[in-house]
Write a protein that binds this ligand. Sequence first.
Ligand SMILES: Nc1ncnc2c1ncn2[C@@H]1O[C@H](COP(=O)(O)OP(=O)(O)OP(=O)(O)O)[C@@H](O)[C@H]1O
Length: 251
Amino acid sequence: MDKILEVKNLKKTFYKAKHVCPAVDDVSFSVKEGSCVGIVGESGCGKSTIARMITCFTRPDAGSVLLDGREMVGAGRKQQMDLYRNVQMVFQTPEDSFDPRRSLGDGIMEGMRNYGMKRKEAGKRMKELLSMVGLEEKYAARYPHEVSGGQCQRAAIARALAVNPRLLICDEATSALDVTVQSQIITLLQKLRKEMGLSVLLICHDLALVQNFCDYVLVMYQGKIVEEGTPDEVIMRPKQDYTKLLIDSVL
Ligand SMILES: Nc1ncnc2c1ncn2[C@@H]1O[C@H](COP(=O)(O)OP(=O)(O)OP(=O)(O)O)[C@@H](O)[C@H]1O
């Protein structure tokens, strides 16, 4: 299997007043085409900073992010536009993916329109995407505040899929939802993974979710990967004390 994403020796330190925060410290991993890699670890261990560096929102101090073998750190605007087409993010708060003054349908079409698709064609594709994520057509006209959290997250997934990405980064995408809706969104992601051959980087606190959904797991602590392997290896037979603590804390 080819690697869609390769992260090598990524580092990021934040400085606030006199306080030095090494948020990500020499992190390396890869995501194979069609696979799902999970990143788990306590709050503040650096998970979201990694996602932001992959998507060029935050510039690393050192290291490299290769997408299909192409270097993204320091890439020019054209290459970054290609990156955004191939990599999309789904966030914890789905409303953040949408402009509150525009309907969900418009929000889903925005990416397609930015890439030059005609309005009529984008409208047709938007309806297909709504159906793919299990929403009726009527939701296209609704505004983000007029739908439930779960419905809004489905629409956010439709928006992310609109530009046919190959890698979806889900940053705590189910954490704000109640358990039933969480499981519906995970079932949806599993279906999309199968149907579209999507690769997924799943950032989350929920070890049970990682165990059921991921092929490979990275455990982070204070900016570093302290353990990695298949879910069986990491969750059923953890080697590191920190992983054992993390597992014990949810039992
Ligand atoms: N822009 C910033 N300026 C200063 N410090 C930052 C910035 N962004 C993140 N940090 C710090 O870097 C560390 C890692 O933050 P990050 O958001 O990556 O953690 P996380 O594992 O995603 O946490 P959570 O699960 O709570 O989202 C934290 O100590 C955070 O306070």
